[in-house]
Design a protein around this ligand. Structure first.
Ligand code: SF4
Length: 500
């Protein structure tokens, strides 16, 4: 009979979370590199290059791949012959591992979990509690899969209770374009079919833990319905032309996973859960011999890619920027930003708009300034700021008109597409929306040379900071006329792919 010690489990979970915060799985790097090599849209290829360079930097620097270090999700299979030398419950041990990992002094991870989700939304400060799925299985070992799931990709989850005669393929192809780019493609789609509503969701999430192996499946052929669906959907989703970061291109998904389960005769529940550019998971086994040891990967597993601003790149001085200069930019232009850049995201925007509604002065003058939608990781060891990639801009759409019209903001930097409400406001005000690459947070942070809090310090990572940036690479996503690269790019590439 195996005896599992409390400290071994806590240490293993903590080590696993640190490990996945800076090491992408090898299969993911290989698949991303293949996507890089075959991509023909220069903007999408450029975005994938930044994701790969960022990944290599994180592997060597032991800092998080993305500023969103995720919500911890654990699948634990407990052998029925396991005995415990523990005072805490299984969930308490796992959560203690989370606590220690997210507060590790050498690599602090961002605490993103809020208690009272429809009320005060208080940060629990240590990223607990994890979402834990348990299964009792035969045997005397503890099998654990640990993942850290980004909020942007989780937000794009879809579920439907289809009629038994409805087509899963048609439904998935209808949903994926609606998911936009907030899930930071290219990544994976996990699809759960069958069971009940909650079972389909669990299947979709669990399927994302499998390694990327679509090419093996293509080579050997499908042997069941789930595999047939994987092959069909992999081809058809990529033919949508959405591409990296929604810019249009050949690769939207690196793999599609499908898990199914028997269901009621009246039902066909289906769930889609995407996994993003920050795909993070690892598996380990405890057999009573001590904590899990996770071998460091070989850095040669990462391609050596260099990124250089191509010809035609525009250098922008944010400290002297004018509306006329903004009006000269076109969707797809690459810019290198230097100067003072404000930050702000959901909570700061909500608070500022409430102040504007009460005719109160804002704590920061936004006239002619740019705001970067970001919630950075805390710095360690002399860093100016921790990884600081963009968050999904779409969430700020409802605040955009007020901030542009009443506070005089000139531009915004974020990730993913803007909705019609924000695009109209941008057009009406001659403003601009720029995008940085989601999932390249450590790379982006290298462009930040100084940082100070200007307002709303109580909001923690959601406070308003002022960054001093130097050559921060961004792409014009919505120009001052309201033309969006997230509309034109995928439409163009869908057509180009269809002609092949
Ligand atoms: S890669 Fe994108 S979706 Fe994934 S965690 Fe980072 S910001 Fe969120």
């Amino acid at each position: 009979m195996t005896v599992i010690r409390q400290q071994d489990l806590i240490e293993s979970v903590a080590d696993a979370l640190q490990y996945i915060s800076y090491y992408h799985p090898k299969d993911f790097i290989q698949a991303m590199n293949q996507a890089y090599e075959r991509e023909e849209n220069p903007a999408a290829r450029d975005a994938i290059a930044q994701i790969l360079i960022n990944s290599r930097m994180c592997a060597t620097g032991h800092r998080p791949i993305c500023q969103d270090t995720g919500i911890v999700t654990v699948f634990v299979h407990v052998g029925m012959d396991v005995r415990w030398e523990a005072e805490l419950s299984l969930d308490e041990m796992i959560n203690e591992g989370v606590r220690q990992a997210y507060n590790h002094p050498d690599n602090v991870l961002r605490a993103s979990i809020l208690a009272d989700p429809d009320g005060a939304r208080r940060n629990t400060k240590d990223n607990t509690p994890a979402i834990i799925h348990h299964k009792l299985v035969p045997g005397d070992k503890l099998e654990i899969h640990v993942a850290a799931k980004g909020g942007g990709s989780e937000a794009k989850t879809k579920f439907a209770m289809l009629n038994p005669s409805d087509s899963v393929v048609d439904w998935v192809l209808e949903q994926v374009p609606k998911m936009g780019a907030g899930w930071c493609p290219p990544g994976m789609l996990g699809i759960g079919i069958g069971g009940t509503a909650e079972k389909a969701m669990e299947l979709a999430k669990e399927s994302l833990l499998d390694p990327i192996d679509i090419q093996e499946l293509q080579a050997r052929g499908a042997s069941n319905r789930a595999e047939e669906l994987r092959l069909e959907l992999f081809d058809k989703v990529n033919r949508l032309g959405i591409g990296a970061q929604g810019l249009g291109g050949l690769t939207t998904v690196l793999d599609i996973k499908v898990k199914d389960y028997p269901t009621h005769a009246a039902n066909k529940p289906v769930a889609i859960i995407p996994n993003c550019a920050a795909t993070r998971h690892v598996h380990f086994t405890l057999d009573g011999s001590g904590p899990a040891r996770l071998p460091a990967p070989d850095i040669d597993d990462w391609p050596e890619i260099t990124w250089e601003a191509g010809e035609g790149v525009k250098r922008v001085d944010l400290d002297s920027i004018t509306a006329e200069e903004v009006a000269s930019w076109k969707p797809g232009d690459t810019l290198l930003l230097s100067g003072k850049l404000l930050t702000g995201r959901d909570a700061a925007h909500k608070r500022m708009v409430e102040m504007l509604e009460r005719d109160e002065p804002l704590p920061v003058d936004l006239t002619g300034r740019f705001i970067y939608y970001v919630g950075p990781v805390d710095p360690v060891k002399g860093e100016v700021v921790g990884p600081a990639g963009p968050t999904t801009a779409t969430r700020m759409d409802k605040f955009t008109r007020a901030i542009l019209e009443r506070a005089g903001l000139l531009g915004m930097v974020g990730k993913a597409e803007r909705g019609p409400v924000a695009i109209e406001a941008i057009k009406d005000n001659g403003a601009v929306y720029l995008m940085a690459v989601g999932g390249a947070a450590y790379l982006v942070a290298q462009a930040i040379k100084a940082s100070r809090v200007l307002a709303f310090e109580d909001l923690g990572m959601e406070a308003i900071y002022e960054f001093e940036v130097e050559d921060m690479p961004v792409t014009v996503a919505v120009d001052s006329l309201g033309d969006s690269v997230h509309q034109s790019g995928p439409a163009k590439w869908k057509e180009l792919i269809a002609r092949r």
